[in-house]
Each structure stands twice: as structure tokens, then as C-alpha cells.
Design a protein around this ligand. Structure first.
Ligand code: SF4
Length: 624
């Protein structure tokens, strides 16, 4: 197989060693790279009983075979490990150029285990790899750490780092790169913190050989031409260059898809105005800041020139302002952007952070926590100043509530009690993402059954059948009516296909946002084949996605998943809102839908893969 090196870098922090390891062809043919590679490393090396902060937890940072493609969207890479929030298999994808640089250095992944004796960072410069002292970086925020590593090693290195939240084991700490992209969900920054690993810097000068460069070139030209044509026909799409995923507000509000006031309300007019793309662009002076090779350019650079929230840096994406703005009933776009950037520097996932803050605000409203707990802050709904201060308390793990909120809303609500578990909108220990199940029932099914990263929106983004009008005709998802949002018919099959699709794309390592602009499963298949020479059909592609999903399920079973975890969804799932486009809609029948999903997946009544299913996807021998 081409477009991979068949070689990974092993970093053993306990023994202070770095060495390369050859991997067999079979590993790549089965799992490609990215998410699949991370799951494979856990399966092979982190046995039953391994926990997130255990030195035996494998942290895999991996690009995939598409990092040889130089195609728009082919800048992705994946971080994976056992998660401190869900205590199960997890992975999360980031962009920028870190994954491309791993590939340029001659590796398909950097896999770290063990625990250093003192803070360290890892430097990979082509085939030279070294573990260096990072004592002087410990206590610095993630951006400062990246600056300091680049100053020491050279500007051409691509870095990942963690901030104070990662060091202090906030269970939703993230990993940042280039001050613009994040391995966001599931707390993998805390896994780095537990290993005393402050950062990784990588640089390379090699070019991985692809199978058919001419075909790849032809494909890239055809895809770019198609995108340019769409831009000329639908100039409204061009706005994404400036405001990125902020465009979502105007798309999602009419669907009832926004999370508002800890998922209690259907509308928030002042928020819709504040986070509307045009206001976002004006107030935040947003400019394009794309990833390498990307012509879609969703990332943007913002600048607030003066006032208490002055900063220049990453503009908040939809999930950040949805959870820290709408979900906390805050309509101050500058405060939310600033709080998001603070979270980035501390290295915290803004989805979980927003969910935790919304839980705290509801707890404050109900008198479960008081000013005595909140450091004197008036943590009422919509109080932007208090929200910003709480971000600092959580990020620095201040004694008291700040520390507790860093544990996530599940643990915080169980400790505080007084019924507050009822409004912790989380599953398995992770706050759910910013897509409202009342707008499309499939989101509830997705949150309940996800195997790659808990209740996440991007590991089975089936909401986009309606939210983003994505279709997978090659796999039989084509004509879908709007009213089917609230039907369970076909939901299990569609959810399974989207899960497998996400696993393919996160293992090949391509940007999912391309799907919003006409990038198809056929494009994906053709590109994988041109890169690798695998000669796959659509059935092979689906089978690979299915295989990775099944392996992730096996890992979850190994690390303690139980059937009841899928059924223990928030009580709020069954509480309707009384206005807006999703008024009165609740996912009645969800339990049956979960059982249907098990059947479609080839799982038994207990939600476990059957031996026949494992054999079908080539995982015989993986069952424990
Ligand atoms: S669409 Fe956005 S996230 Fe995806 S590659 Fe382009 S700039 Fe990066």
C-alpha cells in the first residue's frame, strides 16, 4: 500500500526513549490511519484495566493516507487514547499542518506511552527524535508553550501543546496546534498532562510516494473546479471564507437545532442577532485563516481592538459560541469570542466547558450553588462577565467550584447532588454537543450509541442529513424528506452509515466540512485509491468503516462500557419546548431505536458485536 511509510515513532516516556517501529501492510489495509490507527494501538497495547491517566494508556497522534494527496481538506490528523471524561476509547480530529509534518518526517503516527519523571516535550526532526526537558514550560498556557518550543527548535516545526488545564487534568482538556485547531473532545489534553508531556514538535523533509500521482492531480483539479463553480453559482457560500462556521446560526435557528439555556428554550432572538454571520464578521473583524491546501477556508482570524475582551486570534466556531453563548443565554459576541480564546489558551474543549457552565448557571438559578461557591460571582443566565471569570477559575483549577467544574458536569452534579444530576446534559461523563435532538431525533440516537468519542456530533454526524442536507447516495442515503427528522424509520440504518462514514474520513484524515460543498463518497474513494493503490470499491470502503466502528466497540467493552450507559440519557431528552420549529417534539421510542441500531450493527441484545459480525468485517481474533 502506498501513501504510508509502514513506520511509526514510539515514544516511551517512562524509559526516556524514542524508536521507530515497522507496521505490517495488514494494519493499514484494515484500519488506514488516524482514528483506525489509534483504535488499533489501544487494542494491541492498552489491556483491560487501563485507565485514562495510567502510563499504559497509548496516546496516538496520527495522520492518514490522504496526507500525501495535497488535496483541499487533506490537512486533518487524529489524536486518540482512553478518555478521562468517558473512560472509553476516544479520538478527535484537528487540522493545521501537524499531521502533514508527521508524514513529512517519515512516520504514520507518533504513539506515546509511559509517564516522564519531570515535564518534557518531544522533538522529531526527520529521523532524529529526542525527549527534552520542559520544566520551564510547565505552568505556561498552550500558546506560550508553542511560541517557546518554536523559538528553541525553529519556526518550521509544527507543534502540539497543552495549557494549564491539561497539566492539571481538567477532564475535558484539549490539545492545540498553531493557535487555531484542536483535538477538542474527550480530554486528551489531560492524557498528555498525566504523562507530563507538554508538547510535541515535528518537522520533516520527505515526501511519501503515492500510487497514481497523475490520477490524483486530475482528481484535485476536478474537485477544485467543481468548488469554484459552486462558488460562482452560489456566492452566498463565499461568506464562509470570512465567518466560517458562524454561518450556522442562520441555518440552525430556523430548524430548532440550537442549544439554548441548557437546552431548555427554543428561541433566543438577541443571541441569533449577536451571532449572525454579519454581526460576527463586523464585531470580530473576522478574516480567513485557512488550513494548508484548503480552498474552503472555514477557519478565521479575529481581532477585538479594545475593551475588556481585546484579543487577536482564533475566531470562535459554531460549537464554541453555541455552547458558551446560546446555551448560557449570553448574547455578547465579543465576550464569548474572548472566553473561547481563553479556553483555548488554558486548553479546554469549549463544547464541554459551555455545557458545564450552563449546568452551573442552572444550579445557581435553582439555589443549588450560591455566591459562596462562585467566588462571589453572580452566575446568572446571560452574565458574560461572570462566565469569563469562571473560565479562568476552571482553567486554573482554582480551589472549590472551579476545580469541581473541571471534573465535568457528571462528577460535579453527583458530588453536589440536590437533584442537579437532572440538568447535567451529558452522557457517559461527557457533555453533549451543540445539536438539538428535538430538531432531528437521530441526534439522540447518535449521542446514545456513539462508540468513538461518547455523545459527540462529529463521530457520527447523522444530524447533517437534515441540518447540512448531506446525502450518501453511494451507500443508499439519497431521497430524504424533511418530516423524517421526527421519524425512527430508517434511522438506525442511516445512523450506522454515518458512523462508518465518519470513521473512514477520520482514518483517511480528510476534512468533513468538504461534504458541505459537494465532496462525495466517490471523491473520497477515488482519492484513497489514487493515494494507496488499494483498488477499493464502495463496499470495501463501507466495510473498512464498519470494521473500525466494531473495533471501537470492542475497546469500549474492554474498558468498562455497559449496555445501561447507552440508555442513561439526560431526562431533558424527553422534555419538549413549547415554541419554535421543534415545538412539542421529543424522541419517544428512543429505547426501541437503540435496540434497532444494535441489530443493524450486528450486535446482540446486550449491544455487543457477535462473532459472525466480527468475522464479516475481518476482525476474527479480536474478540476477547
Ligand atoms: S474547511 Fe476549515 S477545517 Fe476544513 S481544512 Fe478548510 S479551513 Fe481547515
Amino acid at each position: 500500500m502506498k501513501s504510508v511509510w509502514h513506520k511509526i515513532l514510539r515514544v516511551d516516556l517512562s524509559n526516556n526513549t524514542c524508536k521507530s517501529e515497522q507496521l505490517s501492510e495488514e494494519v493499514y489495509e484494515k484500519f488506514l490511519g488516524g482514528s483506525g490507527m489509534s483504535a488499533y494501538m489501544l487494542w494491541r497495547e492498552s489491556p483491560r484495566g487501563t485507565t485514562a491517566f495510567d502510563p499504559a494508556n497509548r496516546l496516538t497522534l496520527a495522520p492518514g493516507p490522504m496526507q500525501g494527496a495535497r488535496q483541499t481538506g487533506a490537512g486533518k490528523w487524529t489524536g486518540g487514547a482512553i478518555s478521562p471524561s468517558i473512560n472509553l476509547n476516544a479520538d478527535s480530529a484537528a487540522t493545521a499542518s501537524f499531521g502533514i509534518e508527521i508524514k513529512n518526517a517519515g512516520y504514520d503516527a507518533i504513539v506515546t506511552h509511559g509517564r516522564a519523571e519531570k515535564p518534557v516535550y518531544v522533538v522529531v526532526d526527520d529521523d532524529r527524535a529526542e525527549i527534552k526537558d520542559a520544566s520551564h514550560l510547565w505552568g505556561k498556557n498552550a500558546y506560550e508553550a508553542e511560541d517557546d518550543i518554536k523559538e528553541a527548535e525553529g519556526e518550521k516545526f509544527e507543534c502540539v501543546t497543552i495549557g494549564q488545564a491539561g497539566e492539571r487534568l481538567v477532564r475535558y482538556a484539549n490539545i492545540q496546534t498553531r493557535k487555531k485547531s484542536f483535538v477538542g473532545r474527550c480530554g486528551l489534553g489531560a492524557v498528555m498532562g498525566s504523562k507530563l508531556l507538554k508538547g510535541v514538535a515535528v518537522r520533516g523533509s520527505q515526501e511519501v510516494p503515492v500510487h497514481d500521482p497523475e490520477q490524483l492531480d486530475k482528481l484535485n483539479k476536478e474537485i477544485n473546479k467543481r468548488l469554484a463553480q459552486i462558488d460562482s453559482e452560489k456566492p452566498e457560500f463565499l461568506r464562509i471564507y470570512r465567518v466560517g462556521t458562524a454561518m450556522a446560526t442562520e441555518m440552525f435557528a430556523p430548524q430548532g437545532n440550537l442549544p439554548i439555556k441548557n437546552y431548555q428554550l427554543a428561541t433566543f432572538p438577541s443571541g441569533e442577532k449577536a451571532f449572525h454571520g454579519s454581526n460576527y464578521a463586523k464585531e470580530l473583524n473576522a478574516k480567513p485563516w485557512p488550513c494548508k491546501y484548503c480552498v474552503l477556508k472555514c477557519h478565521n482570524l479575529c481581532e477585538i481592538k479594545e475593551g475588556p475582551y481585546a484579543y487577536k486570534g482564533k475566531g470562535p466556531e459554531y460549537e464554541s459560541f453555541a455552547m458558551m453563548g446560546f446555551d448560557c443565554l449570553i448574547d455578547d459576541v465579543k465576550a464569548v469570542a474572548y472566553a473561547g480564546e481563553l479556553a483555548n489558551m488554558y486548553s479546554m474543549d469549549t463544547i464541554s466547558l459551555g455545557g458545564v457552565l450552563a449546568w452551573a448557571m442552572e444550579s445557581y438559578e435553582k439555589g443549588v450553588i450560591t455566591k459562596e461557591d462562585t467566588y462571589g460571582l453572580d452566575l446568572t443566565w446571560g452574565n458574560a462577565e461572570a462566565m469569563v471569570e469562571m473560565v479562568k477559575k476552571i482553567g486554573s483549577r482554582a480551589d472549590g467550584l472551579g476545580y469541581l467544574l473541571g471534573e465535568g458536569s457528571k462528577i460535579a452534579s453527583e458530588r453536589i447532588g440536590k437533584g442537579s444530576e437532572e440538568w447535567a446534559i451529558q452522557m457517559k461523563g461527557q457533555e453533549i454537543a451543540a445539536h438539538n435532538w428535538r430538531a432531528q431525533y437521530i441526534s439522540a440516537l447518535n449521542y446514545c450509541t456513539g462508540v468513538a468519542s461518547g455523545p459527540n456530533h462529529e463521530r457520527g454526524n447523522s444530524q447533517h442529513i437534515w441540518v447540512g442536507h448531506i446525502r450518501l447516495p453511494e451507500w443508499g442515503i439519497d431521497e430524504v424528506e424533511n418530516e423524517e427528522r421526527w421519524s425512527w424509520e430508517n434511522a438506525a440504518d442511516r445512523n450506522a452509515k454515518f458512523h462508518d462514514y465518519c470513521n473512514i474520513i477520520n482514518s483517511a484524515c480528510h476534512c468533513k466540512f468538504m461534504e458541505f460543498r459537494s465532496y462525495t463518497l466517490t471523491d473520497l474513494l477515488n482519492t484513497i485509491n489514487a493515494c494507496t493503490g488499494l483498488g477499493w470499491t464502495q463496499e470495501d470502503l463501507r466495510r473498512c468503516g464498519d470494521r473500525i466502528t466494531q473495533l471501537q466497540k470492542l475497546l469500549n467493552i474492554r474498558y468498562g462500557w455497559k449496555k445501561e450507559h447507552d440508555f442513561n440519557y439526560p431526562k431533558r431528552f424527553m422534555e419538549p419546548v413549547d415554541e419554535g420549529p421543534a415545538a412539542g417534539k421529543i424522541p419517544v421510542g428512543l429505547k426501541d431505536a437503540i435496540m434497532d441500531y444494535y441489530k443493524v450493527r450486528g450486535w446482540d441484545e446486550d449491544g455487543k458485536p457477535t462473532p459472525a459480525k466480527l468475522e464479516e468485517v475481518g476482525l476474527e481474533g479480536f474478540l476477547e
